[in-house]
Design a protein around this ligand. Structure first.
Ligand code: NAD
Length: 373
């Protein structure tokens, strides 16, 4: 069983899909591990560290040759996989909806592409969930990015020259990233409030010491679909939410938006008029910018200024903390493969529940129900 750790091909991807720690663990399971030279550079892991962990470090062609399992963070460019063994697995974050054409290319290569972001949200798969591990650190980094752009302090400070008032931070979308953003903004000393469409988050917001801002008076809204994900809301709810947010947002200094709906463009939460109501120097971080954005006018990869308000749209926020996010991503992949490791045959065998959920391609065809349905 040969496991190949690929150097990422996506522009700006700094993360790596295996750490020296997980390389050692795969070897302990009986696998051979090859790491493409330079794969860990962006995450501050040098080739020598992989070699010391027992991996063979070599060029791409040698890494791919005879590999049974390819590991990646983002989906590799299919052209860069020439020479891969048919039937090999590719386990990575494959962005199946956003990169649909690529899925066909993976099928044509004859590989079994496994999309880690389709991991079902069930208790036993929690340790394999790349969305959770990466979102957690994105929520943290979003607050630091906001603090870096903000020309004022977060905490209240009483100085001999006078008092600096605390920043007011509003977190929109309280999933994994949002919860971490609340906790981080609180630690930095901001006055924090937050909102979501899932009523279950209200208690979570309050338990972190933040104020919950919720639409209370629109009936028939559940807000929660399968797997704890949000569903798209009714027009009535959207209007009520917009009115509530308008009143609240005008008083905020920092806004972090994290709202996503799987398989759909991100919901629009902040309009240009709402941005105009904020005081100059305020900062909005749009963590959904690569899925279409929660904020009108946010631009992926840029910090734009509208009405004196900075709108931060960094791409690949987890990649801005590549050492930590890579370590967690690597563990997610190890936890996944080791949970299914068959000691007798020395290779992983997936069960139906998880296999069917994450498998995009097999035997030259696209097989995933979410892509075919
Ligand atoms: P997500 O990244 O899909 O979305 C971020 C947040 O935005 C969600 O809380 C969502 O409800 C919210 N949102 C969507 N539309 C909105 C709108 N119009 N206005 C305001 N907010 C909106 O969410 P996530 O981080 O993946 O977490 C979703 C849930 O799944 C959480 O309860 C989380 O704890 C749970 N979860 C479970 C597991 C597991 O059991 N394995 C793993 C990860 C997350």
């Amino acid at each position: 069983m040969k496991i190949a750790v690929l150097k990422e091909t996506a522009a700006g991807e700094t993360r790596v899909s295996a750490s020296p720690e997980t390389v050692k663990k795969f070897i302990a399971l009986g696998a051979d591990v090859s790491v493409e030279a330079g794969a860990g550079i962006g995450a501050s892991v040098d080739d020598a560290a992989y070699a010391a962990a027992g991996a063979t470090v070599c060029a791409r062609a040698a890494v791919l040759k005879d590999a049974d399992i390819l590991l990646g963070v983002s989906g590799p460019d299919p052209k860069s996989l020439a020479g891969v063994k048919p039937g090999a697995w590719l386990a990575a974050g494959l962005n199946p909806f956003g990169e649909r054409a690529r899925v066909d290319d993976y099928a044509a290569l004859g590989i079994e592409a496994l999309a880690m972001e389709f991991m079902p949200r069930i208790t036993r798969a929690q340790s394999m969930d790349i969305l959770s591990s990466q979102s957690n650190l994105s929520g943290y980094k979003a607050v630091l990015d906001a603090a870096g752009e903000y020309g004022r302090a977060f905490p209240m400070m009483m100085t001999a020259a006078g008092t600096v008032s605390a920043a007011r931070a509003f977190i929109m979308g309280v999933g994994v990233a949002g919860l971490q953003a609340i906790a981080t903004a609180r630690r930095l000393g901001a006055q924090v409030s937050a909102t979501d469409v899932r009523s279950a988050t209200k208690e979570q917001i309050e338990s972190l010491g933040a104020k919950a801002i919720f639409v209370e008076d629109v009936k028939g809204i559940e807000g929660e679909g399968s797997g704890g994900y949000a569903t798209e809301m009714s027009d009535e709810y959207k209007a009520a939410q917009a009115a509530l947010v308008s009143a609240h947002i005008a008083k905020q200094d920092i806004v972090i938006t994290t709202a996503l709906i799987p398989g759909r463009p991100a919901p629009r939460l902040i309009s240009d008029a709402q941005i105009a109501s904020m005081r100059p120097g305020s900062v909005i971080v749009d963590l959904a910018v690569e899925q279409g954005g929660n904020v009108e006018g946010s631009v992926a990869g840029e910090v734009v200024v509208k009405h004196g308000v900075k709108i931060v749209g960094h791409r690949n926020v987890p990649g801005r903390l590549a050492a930590d996010t890579s370590a967690l991503f690597s563990r997610n992949l190890f936890n996944f493969l080791s949970a299914f490791w068959d000691k007798e045959t020395g290779k992983p065998v997936l069960d139906e529940e998880i296999g069917d959920a994450i498998r995009l391609t097999k035997d030259g065809k696209v097989v995933n129900a979410r892509l075919l349905g």
